[in-house]
Design a binder for this molecule. Sequence first.
Ligand code: IP8
Length: 260
Amino acid sequence: MFLIKFGGSVITDKTQPCVFKADVVDRLASEVQRAHKDVILIHGAGSFGHILAKQYRLHDGYKQKRQLKGAALTQAQVQQLNTLVLHALHAHHLPAVSLPAHVILSLRNHKPLRVDYSLFTRYLDMKFLPVSFGDVVLDTTLGFSICSGDLLMQLLAVKFKPEKVIFVLDEDGLYSANPKTDRSATFIQDTTVGELKQFTTRSNTHADVTKGMEGKLRTIAPIAKAGIDTILLNGNLHNRLYDTLQGKKVRQTVIHGEKV
Ligand code: IP8
C-alpha cells in the first residue's frame, strides 16, 4: 500500500480563496489509476482552509464566540475541496471514499487523542480508496484545533507501514538553499533524517530553507523511524507520481527510513 499526500499548493491556487486546480487533480487521479496500487490518499486544505483558519485564528483553539462560525465555515470549505478531489478520482473509476479527520479523530492540545484506524482497515480490505484531509477537529483542551494533512500522514504511516510515503508537492523536492534566490542551491536526491537535521543547524543555511525543512523534518522523522522511505516529488510534472508508483527513479527527494 502507498500513502500519498496531495499538497494544498498543488491542488489549489493558494493566492486566491477556493480556487481548485481541476486539471492538475484530474491528471494526478489518472496517474494513481494507471498505477493500479492500493492507496490511502490525504490532501491538504490549500486556499479552501488556510485563509479562513488564519482569519479566525483557529489553530490557537476556541477563545471567542465568533470563531465558531469560522470553524464551521472552514470545515465546510475543506469538505467542498474534498468533494472536488473525490469527483476527480471517481471520474477515473477509483472507488474513493471520504474519511474526514473531524470524524475519525480528536486531539488533546494538538496531539492525537483518539484515532479510528479501523475505518481505514475496513475500507482498504474491501479495496476502496480511503481519502482524508486537513480539517478543523475537536480538541479536548483547546475546544477545537487544526489537524493538518501532515499529521494524518504521520499517524497513518506509523500505523499501516505503507511500502512508500509520497508527498506530492509543487516543487521537485528538497534543495540545499532556495533555488529561486540562490544559484549555488543543489538538489537533494537521497538523504536521511540525520543528514537533514545537521543541515538545518548549519549556520550558513538560509532561514527560509531551514524553516521549510524543519517543518518537513518534524513530519518525516517519525515515518523514517518506523523504517519507511518518504518521497517528495513534483505533482505539476506529468508522470512523476505514476513513475514513482511504478518503482521508476525520477527527479525526487528520497528520505530513507531507518533500519528497524
Ligand atoms: O493543508 C490544514 O491542513 P494542511 C487544514 O495539510 C486546515 O496543512 C483546515 C487549515
